[in-house]
Ligand binder design. Structure first.
Ligand code: SAH
Ligand code: SF4
Ligand code: F3S
Length: 469
């Protein structure tokens, strides 16, 4: 049976008693259930981090990670709805489970994440996939143990929190894969309402974690041997914990806790001189910034409600490069926003050339119902959008290749992240500026710092030779 949305007492921090109640349920499930789980994660780092919380809870409930989806007793889909193709993939992949579910009626299928927060989404899903056992939105993540217990008892729990205010749940477990790098949330939600974007509707209002809680989490990660932490938020520059504080101040508090600190995402409208100074003066913060520009025409930037002009953006980049030499800069672009003319798009190409990004994520505008832009006139035909996107991609590819070539012959410190796909002796390490470098080195392990000389460059990566360990 569908269950009414659970209401919590007002206030940003979820009461400790509620976290303890969920922990109590975890203990009950751990004593009786168990099995193997599989989590499919779509979308951005926020979802990756949320999936780590789900996996952490599952392991405390004595579930083990399955080696593949078909062998799992519990399958979760942590969904994204930022663009239409993300949604289509989710529906397709859930649909594929129908036959598995027929073979194994005891299989539990849960769907959560951003897509479920959209109005009517849960109903639509149940129509197309009536075998789904539980559904919950981003704001109900902490209630997963209770919802799973319902599903194990044969109910069909649905928990979509409609209050956009949202809460912060401290003290939930996390199962982080990999042993060198970790994501740490510093804030949740978004207040910016860029006119194309669904995120503020599905992630609720901005709320910042207390500095002490962030500090404690990173200290614990450091003890576990984590070498690099990426601070997460939709707009980290507006970090504002209750009782005062700011993002540059937070960075200063975190100085030296782990060897490398990165953060994403930064909104250009809130990137202060104080933050640039904090980056320049830090040994811990990596010389790297993801600074989504979205478009290069002031008319379009305004229609997107971005709060800056192309001139302001280019000036920011200049300041950053002056203050942080060799800073790695990446961005996001949207091609074919409603009303975008050929001239507007030429401005985007021009900005791309001037900014000389190391890399860029390029997207075709996707109409998201409920957002302002979905109602705008002048929706650009798909063929034009695709054609513009491919011109932008070709331009950026040339710039990326050139910037990588300019790094040949130079030496950098790399953090070894992983084995590369080639073989056991081959590794992938990253420069502080965020560039991936492939290199050969027997005996290396993820988490090692090495110095390497760049000997060749490819489309997106460099090849390096080990100098020392
Ligand atoms: N909070 C981050 C990113 C959120 S979503 C920020 O503000 O930068 C990541 C990227 O998806 C955005 O930067 C944007 O480029 C893209 N995006 C968001 N909504 C989109 C839409 N409706 N169509 C196409 N791309 C979109
Ligand atoms: Fe979306 Fe804009 Fe918020 Fe980023 S800042 S999540 S693009 S509304
Ligand atoms: Fe997608 Fe939600 Fe992230 S919509 S991009 S997973 S915040």
């Amino acid at each position: 049976m569908a269950e009414a949305a659970h209401t919590h007492s007002r206030g940003i921090l979820l009461p400790v008693a509620e976290v303890e109640r969920q922990r109590g349920i975890m203990d009950q499930i751990a004593a009786s259930a168990g099995g193997r789980y599989w989590v499919n994660t779509y979308g951005c780092q926020m979802n990756v981090r949320d999936s780590q919380t789900l996996a952490g809870m599952l392991e405390e409930m004595s579930y083990e990670k399955a080696s593949k989806q078909d062998e799992a007793d519990l399958i979760l889909f942590n969904t994204c709805c930022v663009r239409e193709n993300a949604e289509r993939r989710v529906f397709g992949n859930i649909g594929h489970l129908q036959s598995l579910k027929k073979e194994r009626p005891g299989l539990i299928v849960g769907v959560c994440g951003c897509m479920m927060q959209q109005d009517g989404s849960a109903e639509r899903l149940l129509k197309s996939a009536p075998f789904v056992n539980l559904i919950f939105g981003t704001q109900s993540l902490y209630r997963f143990p209770e919802l799973l217990q319902g599903a194990l008892n044969g109910e069909r729990p649905i928990a979509i929190e409609s209050d956009p205010q949202g809460v912060i749940a401290e003290g939930l477990p996390a199962q982080r894969e990999g042993n060198a790098r970790a994501f740490v949330n510093i804030m949740f939600g978004c207040n910016n309402f860029c006119s194309y974007c669904i995120v503020p509707y599905v992630r609720g209002r901005e709320r910042s974690r207390a500095t002490e809680d962030i500090l404690r989490e990173i200290e614990a990660l450091s003890v576990q041997g984590i070498k690099e932490v990426t601070l997460l938020g939709q707009n980290v520059n507006s970090y504002a914990p209750q009782g005062g504080g700011s993002f540059p101040k937070l960075l200063k508090r975190l100085e030296g806790l782990v060897p490398r600190l990165r953060f994403m995402t930064s909104h250009p409208k809130d990137l202060s001189d104080e933050l640039i100074e904090a980056m320049a003066g830090s040994k811990t913060v990596c010389p790297q910034l993801h600074l989504p520009v979205q478009a290069g025409s002031n008319v379009i930037l305004q229609a997107m409600n971005r709060g800056y002009t192309r001139e302001k953006y280019l000036e920011l980049i200049q300041k950053l490069r002056a203050a942080v030499p060799d800073i790695g800069l990446s961005t996001d672009f949207i091609a074919g926003f409603p009303g975008e003319t050929e001239e507007d798009f030429a401005q985007t190409l021009n900005l791309c050339t001037q900014a000389r990004f190391d890399s860029a994520f390029t997207f075709i505008y996707s109409r998201r119902s409920g957002t302002k832009a979905a109602e705008m006139e002048g929706q650009v035909p798909s063929k034009v959008q695709h054609e513009r996107l491919s011109r932008l991609i070709a331009l950026q590819e040339g710039i990326t290749a050139k910037r990588l070539r300019a790094m040949e012959g130079k030496e950098y410190e790399l953090l070894i992240e992983d084995h590369s796909r080639r073989g056991k002796q081959d590794f992938m390490g990253r420069t502080g500026s965020g560039i991936a470098v492939n290199l050969r080195g027997g005996g290396l392990r993820p988490g090692d710092f090495v110095r390497a000389k760049m000997v060749a460059s490819g489309a997106n990566t460099l090849r390096g030779e080990l100098l020392s360990q």
